[in-house]
Design a protein around this ligand. Structure first.
Ligand SMILES: [Zn+2]
Length: 578
């Protein structure tokens, strides 16, 4: 393809609207353009990358035995009312009426529609298992869309739904999708990690997120330095100390001290000259059935998901200042466990602490030399805090490491949530009606492309993994007015295209500097440069985008050399790009 005939509107300047690398580079490389907040046009280069991601997904999904379908974007309200999500989904669901004043929404996800398909046309155990997928546009009316394709309102997604007769089958379907996802992201040329994730109120133990590792990622990937344990920050478990503090100091007498106006951990620690590790924070939450106090060491943070699961609440939020004052008898910042009359939950980390500081449930006062057991009891001592780097691994003797990542896929065992709500049943071998067990599996298509750029770029531009690159080869004659250069460039272009290689010929009459800058920006893996050395010595320069090394190849060997290199990349022979 000729550069002059493709719309690749590259930008020299950093676009002010973009905050993250992938968004900046996609705009600068002329891949995407914003139409409205969180809604993008895909220009030719961008669309080629999107199609690459989709094709890899499609091939691997087909290979797993899943069947491709296509469901409408527009969905009737009735289905969402049946599942209860017309109310529950909130403002992210974009609702509208047709001319007959019937309500519809733009699909943010398709559990309702797919379950409707299956309940109508699947009757017997003989039709199970079934895995249906689609690659479709979704719309979620995010309050603050940002980061380009990373968090748009309209976005491309592959969503798959599995239907099984029993738990064992559902677990097998889950495992197959897990393996399929590993193949998909590996084929995309991405460094990724599958991490354990929260299952939310649906419960069950089956949920993994697939994270592309990138320093610029928004999420934290927690992994063990010795075993293969990995989880997201919300889920990451902390092992209860295997070596309890045997040489505990002797408990000292409890003491009330004046701490005028000292509310935060920093203020109290500074005033009393103690470390945060010697203080216990008391956080008061409002749960479904009344207030709950959660205790955690001064330098630790409560993990609200863990706490919510432990106390069995649907909703749990920090109590208002009024409620805190009412239940503790003191203003915000002075609550403590001694004498507090409510459910007390403590993080296991306070088990080893002796003579610590807490609030006194009294304005401007704290207690020192507080001891668990002697001065107060707790209902539960468990893991309710946020993991930190260096914490002990819950599976082995190792330590937890933190890396940054971008969530690109999620596999989830749904169970019977939707089959129950929408009455999707089948008849088993005995003719008994049973609920179908479901799983759902998503991959963000545009997000995967964006994550690839977050992982593969330098200060000059994108360094596409070859599997996702819009073209494999860029031919760059430095001066198209020089007939020898443009003639040979045309020949190589023609020969490679004939062999099915995606090749872009920069036939623009531009200064070499402009062409080299654009070449680095759009990140095509292999660059063939025809310049002065060709005129003087008859050699053509060949260079990978991710390497500084330039090889000199003669005109007659060029096509074979390019083919050989692309083949080696495909077979993983050259892994420098990863
Ligand atoms: Zn481990």
């Amino acid at each position: 393809m000729r550069y002059s005939k493709v719309l690749i509107p590259t930008l020299r300047e950093e676009p002010a609207e973009a905050e993250v690398v992938s968004h900046k580079l996609m705009l600068r490389a002329g891949m995407i353009r914003k139409l409205a907040a969180g809604v993008y046009n895909y220009l030719p280069l961008g669309l080629r990358v999107i199609r690459k991601v989709e094709q890899i997904i499609r091939e691997e999904m087909d290979r797993s035995g899943a069947l491709e379908v296509l469901m409408p974007w527009v969905q009737p309200a009735e289905l969402w009312e049946e599942s209860g999500r017309w109310e529950d989904y909130g403002k992210e669901l974009l609702r509208f009426q047709d001319r007959h004043e019937r309500w519809f929404c733009l699909g943010p996800t398709h559990e309702e529609v797919i379950t409707d398909i299956v309940r109508k046309d699947v009757r017997s155990y003989r039709q199970l298992p079934l895995n249906l997928y689609q690659i479709q546009t979704k719309f979620r009316d995010e309050i603050r869309p940002r980061f380009g394709l990373m968090r748009g309102r309209e976005f491309g997604m592959k969503d798959a739904y599995s239907f099984d007769a029993d738990e064992q089958g559902a677990e097998e379907s889950y495992r197959v999708m897990f393996d399929t996802y590993c193949r998909i992201f590996a084929r995309c040329g991405l460094k990724f990690r599958a991490v354990e994730a929260e299952t939310g109120p649906i419960g069950g133990s089956f949920s993994h997120e697939f994270m592309v590792l990138a320093e610029t990622g928004e999420d934290i990937v927690v992994s063990c330095d010795s075993c293969d344990y990995a989880a997201n920050l919300e889920k990451a478990e902390i092992e209860r100390s295997k070596t309890p503090n045997k040489e505990k100091a002797k408990p000292k007498p409890l003491e009330l001290v004046s701490t005028p106006g000292m509310k935060t951990v920093e203020e109290v620690c500074g005033f009393l000259k103690v470390k945060p590790q010697s203080l216990v924070k008391t956080l008061i939450y409002q749960g479904d059935s009344g207030p709950i106090a959660a205790l955690v060491r001064g330098d630790h943070e409560i993990n609200e998901t863990k706490l919510r699961r432990l106390v069995g609440c649907e909703r749990l939020e920090l109590a208002s200042e009024e409620v805190i004052e009412q239940v503790s008898g003191a203003p915000l910042g002075f609550a403590g466990p001694v004498g507090l009359k409510m459910r007390l939950i403590a993080d296991q980390g306070i088990e080893d602490m002796v003579n610590f500081v807490t609030g006194a449930n009294k304005a401007d006062a704290h207690l020192v030399n507080v001891n668990l057991g002697r001065d107060f009891q707790v209902e539960e001592l468990s893991d309710v805090r946020v993991a930190r780097e260096g914490d002990p691994c819950p599976r082995c003797e190792g330590k937890l490491l933190f890396n940054r990542g971008i969530e690109v896929g999620h596999v989830f065992k749904l169970g019977t949530k939707y089959s129950k709500a929408l009455k999707a049943t089948y008849l088993d071998e005995q003719g008994t009606e049973r609920l179908i067990i479901m799983g759902c599996y998503g991959i963000g298509v545009g997000r995967t492309a964006a994550a690839a750029i977050e992982q593969h770029h330098d200060d000059k531009g994108i360094i596409f993994p070859p599997a996702l690159a819009p073209f494999q080869v860029l031919i760059l004659p430095v001066n198209v007015k020089e007939e020898r250069l443009s003639g040979v460039a045309e020949n190589i272009h023609h020969s490679l295209e004939e062999r099915g290689i995606e090749v872009l010929l920069d036939d623009r009459d531009e200064r070499p500097g402009v062409k080299f800058k654009d070449a680095d920006l759009i990140g095509i893996p292999l660059r063939v440069t025809l310049g002065n050395r060709f005129i003087k010595e008859g050699v053509i320069e060949l260079k990978w985008r991710w390497s500084e090394e330039i090889d000199l190849v003669r005109e007659e060997d060029m096509v074979d050399e390019v083919l050989k290199r692309l083949k080696s990349i495909k077979e993983g022979g050259d892994d420098e790009h990863s």
